[in-house]
Design a protein around this ligand. Structure first.
Ligand code: ADP
Ligand code: NI
Length: 217
């Protein structure tokens, strides 16, 4: 099988595996991340096969939806790629990408770095901010039966990885705990540029949200 065939098989596998997924982590999230990763990759010295496979498989079994198990995503991806005779060096790189792409709270350092991970991480972060980011965040909050906002529960800006994962805070808090931090954490020049506009849109959105909440017109 050539690279294009493997990418097409991977797309079909991901689409099938994520059918019925929460709306913010479904096939369309993967498709947007895949497209943005290829866009960003145009200006970066990266292996496009690794960027493609990493983007397609990065949320194949997100621990949030698998009882907190962080090993299942890498395992599913490794098995799939092995069964399609993908080179072992490529498999290890893709698995490292899946293990290290996630935001784990404001102060946590990631262990593995590569230009391909930088590109995919930027594409994933772009999908977490702006209009789509807002929609995904409230959808996830609804999925978890969270409050929209609670003036008595302040955002926690210094969470450990465990506290971040265990948080049941209102959805608006997530903007301060993660989404508004992403703009300054983009890895690539293209990523930074695209993030700026989306960030400004979220700030405008929050201003309007609090004006409406407080009865200002
Ligand atoms: P990452 O891609 O860094 O692993 P996640 O999968 O945890 O990030 O989150 C992806 C998106 O899911 C977030 O940007 C947000 O839209 C939604 N989400 C995740 N956790 C929460 C939360 N605690 N409250 C609201 N939305 C969340
Ligand atoms: Ni993702």
């Amino acid at each position: 099988m050539n690279s294009e065939d493997i990418i097409n098989k991977t797309k079909a596998f991901v689409k099938e595996t994520l059918s019925g997924a929460e709306g913010g982590h479904d096939w369309f999230h993967i498709q947007r991340v895949f497209n943005n990763a290829l866009l960003i990759a145009k200006n970066e010295p990266v292996d496009l096969f690794i960027v493609s496979l990493g983007a397609l498989l990065h949320d194949i079994a997100d621990s949030k939806f698998h009882n907190g198990d962080e090993t299942i995503g890498p395992k599913v991806a490794r098995e799939f790629l092995f069964n399609h005779n993908v080179d072992s060096v490529v498999i290890e790189h893709v698995v490292n990408i899946i293990e290290n792409i996630s935001f784990k709270g404001g102060n946590i350092e990631q262990e593995f770095k590569s230009p391909e991970l930088d590109v995919i991480q930027d594409a994933d972060r772009l999908d977490a901010i702006g209009a789509i980011g807002i929609a995904r965040t409230f959808n996830y909050g609804g999925f978890k039966n969270r409050q929209l906002y609670n003036p008595d529960i302040a955002p926690n800006l210094n969470m450990t990885k465990e506290a971040y994962k265990a948080s049941t805070a209102p959805t608006i808090n997530h903007f301060y705990e993660k989404l508004l931090l992403l703009k300054d954490r983009m890895n690539t020049k293209t990523g930074k540029r695209l993030a700026t506009e989306r960030h400004e849109f979220m700030e405008l959105y929050l201003k309007q949200f609090f004006n409406e909440w407080n009865g200002k017109v």
